[in-house]
Design a protein around this ligand. Structure first.
Ligand code: ATP
Length: 354
């Protein structure tokens, strides 16, 4: 096994830069997810690690070896693609053994590896079937089986769940995570789905427009997003963002654009007088008979909780309440804000104020 390192990695297609100096350290055995919106460059980064795309500048290391010029087949990695790329005319067992056949591995060794991978993935009874005779989830497992039999130093996954329906995606998330816990192989996984990233990763790399916005453990990113991009990207429903400024007279008050006063705790010195964004996650708002009056815009009971959009501070604000609320759009709802969980960002730079 081995760690992976990106050192000031850059990539341009023609004159168009798509990776603009990326540094990431991935420890041996770590499960790291690259996440970001479509076009941010995450697949390009993964393809450079796989050797499928060359690197314009910088260095990629697997273990202690610089792999910039190393052919994909010599990198000791195995990649699982979005479309599985199974061979339709080969059985499950043959699909799984294919890369070993190319390497002319001894038959006994090959059979043993396929058997072991099939066992791990619950594919033992399906080894003689063909891809067309499998469900989407089973095909995905065969694609993972092909990677496992190679016993690589690093697994790469490129949006492996995006062709599955929502229920199966949740099941496969747990399976991939369980697999990583059992095998302990360094894994780099690309997705645009922040829930996938939050639920599976040891460490998340949030990318945007060819740069890394923040690297951290899932809850670190959730609790302390470094900037407005990460704050808006991680979390569902998304963080509410209310424009305004700190009160010039009193430390504990934020004045929203429409003049509403909202509470803040210990704002940093120097934040007064600047345009700010007040970041508030939906679950840190609670109904409170003595609280701030708001107008209910939308009310959506899910049974377990009530999702609501209420209007205050010049914004439509999403809330999630862990209770049932008997109310109608147009009604007034009084709310309170869990002040220690309020985030403040500089509106101009987008950076978090600590
Ligand atoms: P998605 O989630 O949509 O796959 P992504 O974050 O993985 O997006 P990339 O596929 O890495 O994004 O693409 C990053 C940028 O590079 C995009 O603007 C894309 O149009 C561009 N790009 C990717 N491959 C090429 C190529 N072969 N030639 C030119 N431009 C490319």
């Amino acid at each position: 096994m081995a760690g992976v390192e990106f050192v000031d990695v850059r990539k341009s297609f023609g004159a168009f830069p798509v990776i603009k100096g990326v540094n990431i350290e991935i420890a041996d055995g770590e499960f790291v997810i690259l996440v970001g919106p479509s076009g941010c460059g995450k697949s390009t980064l993964l393809r450079m690690l796989a050797g499928l795309e060359n690197i314009s500048a910088g260095e990629i290391r697997i273990g202690n070896r610089v792999v910039n010029g190393v052919a994909p087949g010599d990198r000791d990695i195995a990649m699982v693609f979005q479309n599985y790329a199974l061979y339709p005319h080969m059985s499950v067992a043959q699909n799984m053994a294919f890369s070993l056949m190319l390497k002319r591995s001894p038959k006994a060794d090959m059979d043993q590896r396929v058997k072991k991978a099939a066992d791990i993935l619950g594919l033992t009874k399906l080894l003689d079937r063909y891809p067309r005779q499998l469900s989407g989830g089973q095909r995905q497992r065969v694609a993972m089986g092909r990677a496992i039999v190679r016993d690589p130093q690093v697994f790469l996954f490129d949006e492996p769940l995006s062709n599955l329906d929502a229920k199966l995606r949740v099941a496969m998330r747990a399976e991939i995570k369980g697999l990583h816990q059992r095998l302990g192989t360094t894994t780099v996984y690309v997705t645009h789905d922040q829930i996938e990233a939050m639920t599976m990763a040891d460490k998340i790399v949030v990318m945007h427009d060819g740069v890394v916005e923040q690297v951290g453990r899932p809850l670190e990113l959730y609790d302390k997003p470094a900037n407005l991009f990460v704050a808006g990207f991680i979390g569902s429903p998304a963080m509410n963002m209310i424009k305004g400024r700190l009160d010039t007279e009193s430390d504990g008050r934020f004045i929203a654009a429409d003049g509403t006063v909202l509470p803040v705790a210990n704002p940093p010195a120097g934040a007064r007088g600047r345009d700010l964004i007040y970041g508030l996650r939906p679950e840190y708002i609670a109904p409170d008979d003595n609280g701030l009056p708001t107008e209910i815009i939308v009310i959506e009971p899910t049974g377990y909780e009530t999702q609501m959009t209420v209007r205050f501070g010049g914004s439509d604000v999403n809330c999630v309440f862990r209770e049932r609320i008997d109310a109608q759009p147009g009604d007034t709802l009084r709310i309170s804000i869990d002040v220690p969980h309020v985030h403040l960002f500089d509106a101009e730079t987008g950076q978090r104020l600590t």
